[in-house]
Design a protein around this ligand. Structure first.
Ligand code: UDX
Length: 428
């Protein structure tokens, strides 16, 4: 039976949540504060790159199950369930900035219906359910934690095929009502208290970041001892206790979640009296990975990149997304430019000539071969599949040296070696 649901915030989490809940048969109203964004969404224009999202949004619009409105109160007043999907950015001291969540809760407090349920979908620190309860100022409204486990680029898939659904609530009947929204999704349902639900989210993300920092550190050991990290990871992954997922070495982890959530968890622990040394080490290894990859590129250029042109394939924090937030590629390019390098970059998801301030000083081109023009080194920093099928005869013709640093171990080396390229990678 479809319920009336409001979703506050239409970023990749809010928009995916709204579209998928309408797909599950609910009547969903999504709210944002940006008029142009609301108008565009009501025209079916999706501002983000998410596989399957445009289809679901237009399915919801045509069936009348999905609407977009300006302002949280408009959406919340009619709803029985109100999802908070607003940003929780990293504050200056590393903690999560809860101002958006608090403002949204304070705004809808006066208008939400008695016995409605406010659902924290955004990643919020342990104890935030209390923060929302206080901001709401309503004793007849329940607040529940229901963390999202959506990867950018596969958010729709992850929502409709979750590994688990976690609901953190003090009131069991509220938990059961929220669980009912997900009927039809075949996934384990875990009902727990709010603090545990909030901790599951942070602990999961921090563990995934730990796996990646671990494999990047093992890659450094492989380089030192002459092992091949691809074979090492393959051998490790057969052990079901380890698994082979999230063990791909690379330039380091980035994105809108891992950096924010790992720093937040360190701060949450510290504020609660535990010094999370292990996670600090995971973050330090990741920062060091940016420096290690920049050094590899400098080494490939003969040790000094001052005045050298470096070609870069990949600017986004990972393939199949257009998100530049906390992108390892930009961290590495920043280090190269501070050493005097000139960087020319191509990314299939980033328009040439973009005026994005994060790309200032980088010559962004719309053709992968143009990015290699006059370059002494080509650095592959994002694992876009199309890079594997490009014409390396053509690449070799336009470069001044045939040197490649493949920071994603993406490319097949033998055809490159046959064409005279010297290829360096991560851990092999
Ligand atoms: C992550 C979590 O996966 C998701 O469950 C959570 O809800 C939000 O944060 P996302 O930030 O979209 O999702 O990216 P993810 O696919 O996890 O990759 C994070 C970073 O790790 C990227 O920079 C990626 O390139 C890197 N990565 C990932 C590796 O370097 N190696 C891997 O094996 C996997």
């Amino acid at each position: 039976m479809g319920q009336k649901i409001a979703v506050i915030g239409t970023g990749y989490v809010g928009l995916t949540t709204g579209a998928c809940l309408s797909h599950l048969g609910h009547e969903v109203i999504c709210a944002d504060v940006i008029p142009e964004k609301v108008d565009a969404l009501n025209r079916g224009e999706i501002p983000i790159l998410e596989a399957g999202l445009e289809e679901l949004v237009n399915e919801g619009r045509q069936s009348g199950q999905l609407r977009f409105v300006l302002g949280a109160t408009t959406a919340a007043a009619e709803a029985e369930f109100i999802y908070l999907c607003v940003p929780t950015p990293q504050g200056a001291d590393g903690s999560a900035d809860l101002s958006y969540i608090r403002d949204a809760a304070a705004e809808i407090g006066p208008v939400v219906r008695p016995e409605s349920i406010v659902i924290n979908k955004s990643t919020v620190p342990v104890g935030s359910t209390r923060v929302v309860e206080q901001a709401l100022g309503r004793s007849d409204v329940h607040v529940v934690s229901n963390p999202e486990f959506l990867r950018e680029g596969s958010a729709v898939h992850d929502f409709l095929h979750p590994d688990r659904i976690v609901i953190g609530a003090d009131d069991q009947s509220a938990a059961i009502r929220v669980a009912g929204l997900y009927l039809g999704l075949a996934a384990p349902l875990q009902v727990t208290d709010p603090a545990s639900a909030e901790t599951i989210k942070y602990a999961s993300n921090a563990f995934l970041a730990t796996k990646i920092s671990y494999v990047n550190a093992i890659a450094a050991v492989c380089e030192a001892v002459g092992a091949d990290v691809n074979d090492v990871v393959l051998g490790m992954g057969y052990d079901r206790r380890i698994g082979d997922a999230f063990l791909r070495p690379g330039p380091g982890w980035g994105g809108s979640c891992f950096p924010k959530d790992s720093h937040a968890l360190v701060k949450i622990a510290e504020d609660a009296g535990y010094d999370f040394e292990l996670l600090k080490g995971v973050i330090a290894v990741n920062d060091d990975q940016f420096t290690r990859v920049a050094a590899k590129i400098a080494d490939a250029a003969g040790g000094d990149v001052d005045g050298v042109t470096v070609g870069v394939w990949g600017l986004t924090f990972k393939a199949r997304t257009d998100d530049l937030r906390e992108s390892p590629s930009l961290e590495i390019i920043g280090r190269l430019r501070s050493l005097g390098a000139r960087v020319r970059a191509y990314d299939p998801a980033i328009e040439a000539g973009t005026d994005d301030p994060r790309l200032e000083g980088i010559e962004v081109v719309d053709d992968p071969y143009a990015a290699c023009e006059g370059a002494a080194v080509l650095a592959v920093l994002t694992e876009w599949d199309e890079f594997k099928w490009l014409d390396f005869d053509k690449v070799g013709e336009v470069m001044t040296e045939k040197r490649v640093v493949d920071a994603r171990n993406l490319l097949d080396r033998s055809p490159l070696n046959r064409r005279g390229f010297v290829v360096d990678g991560i851990g092999r």
